[in-house]
Design a protein around this ligand. Structure first.
Ligand code: C2E
Ligand code: MG
Ligand code: MG
Ligand code: MG
Length: 293
């Protein structure tokens, strides 16, 4: 199934690159086998509103390699995208995430309005059968689509805008919400916001990071938030790490917050401790023990 070639990888073959190319090919091979070898897991990072009420979570893929240890998605997702493994990997993520959401729902753990966010890479989203597969997965787990929000990036809209638009419409017709991830870093022709019926914009962490130290960042964030507000689109600030960022953002029209300050990504087991409050568990600092560093 893997596409041969990818982004003309072989054109760059030179002796000094030999090692990294070999490493990359090994990584590709092992990544392709990772799901079958039980090396893939999902972590879930909570999303809160301004009152620190749990409103959702984002599923984040983790790869634990037997000798390399934890490989960051920043490294292996691009490898998966270039080699064509991403469609299969993405399918695994959707299957896992939807199944997890269903068990949470069965256990009565989901607060009103909770949605699980799943990242879908451009290659996966462009796939001819993306929406069909998504539907099959939802039906197999018998999960109501109202529990799901799909995160795509602006680059998913680039190649075939009409196709992207119709897929978004199909998902929305089922009750799935659609979010634009890393908003402000990609192809930012804002015109598309008018033509697409998206529900959420996630303001990229790079803007949030410097919000206290840099006036320009504040100006950009304020502008993005006010744009979204006027278009009636919900906003999420990603990467909220400090009290200061939290305070600044809760005084703006930003709706939802995600970041280490509020809760780190953690395995599903961490979300359910009998007799304890889910949201408090997730936000507590000892989440570090279980969550990401
Ligand atoms: P993303 O979708 O923008 O996810 C947010 C990333 O920010 C996650 O990194 C999360 O752990 C990290 N993060 C959250 N709060 C904070 C914070 O306060 N400070 C800092 N420094 N980081 C924070 P992660 O899990 O390493 O994932 C990186 C990227 O890899 C994701 O960015 C997403 O683009 C991609 N990715 C992860 N899982 C999947 C997946 O299942 N499918 C696809 N297609 N991409 C995925
Ligand atoms: Mg995301
Ligand atoms: Mg993001
Ligand atoms: Mg980001």
């Amino acid at each position: 199934q893997a596409k041969l070639g990818g982004r003309s990888r072989f054109a760059f073959f030179e002796p000094h690159m030999h090692k990294s190319l070999t490493e990359r090919m090994v990584l590709e091979e092992e990544l392709a086998a990772a799901a079958g070898n039980n090396q893939l897991h999902l972590h879930y990072q909570p999303k809160f509103d301004g009152q620190k009420k749990l409103r959702g979570a984002e599923a984040l893929l983790r790869w634990h390699h037997p000798t390399l240890g934890s490989v960051s998605p920043e490294i292996f997702i691009p490898v998966a995208e270039d080699s064509g493994i991403i469609e299969e990997l993405g399918r695994w993520v959707l299957w896992e995430a939807v199944g997890q959401c269903k068990s949470w729902q069965r256990m009565g753990m989901l607060p009103e309005g909770f949605r699980l966010a799943v990242n879908v890479s451009p290659e996966q989203f462009r796939g001819e059968f993306f929406t069909d597969e998504l539907q099959t997965i939802l039906l197999s787990h018998d999960l109501d689509p109202k529990y799901l929000i799909i995160e795509i990036t602006e680059s998913s809209l680039l190649e075939d805008f009409q196709d992207a638009r119709s897929k978004i419409q199909i998902m929305k017709g089922w009750g799935i919400k659609v979010s634009i991830d890393d908003f402000g870093t990609g192809y930012s022709s804002l015109a598309y916001l008018n033509e697409l019926d998206v529900d959420e914009l996630k303001i990229d962490r790079s803007f949030i990071r410097s919000i206290e130290s840099n006036e320009d960042s504040r100006t950009i964030v304020d502008a993005l938030l006010s744009l979204a507000k006027h278009l009636n689109i919900q906003t999420v600030a990603e990467g909220v790490e400090t009290q200061g960022q939290w305070e600044y953002l809760t005084n703006t029209p930003c709706a939802l917050f995600q970041g280490y300050f509020l809760g780190k990504p953690a395995p599903a087991e961490r979300w359910f401790i009998p007799g304890e409050d889910v949201a408090l568990n997730l936000a507590s600092n000892d989440g570090v023990l279980y969550g990401d560093m």
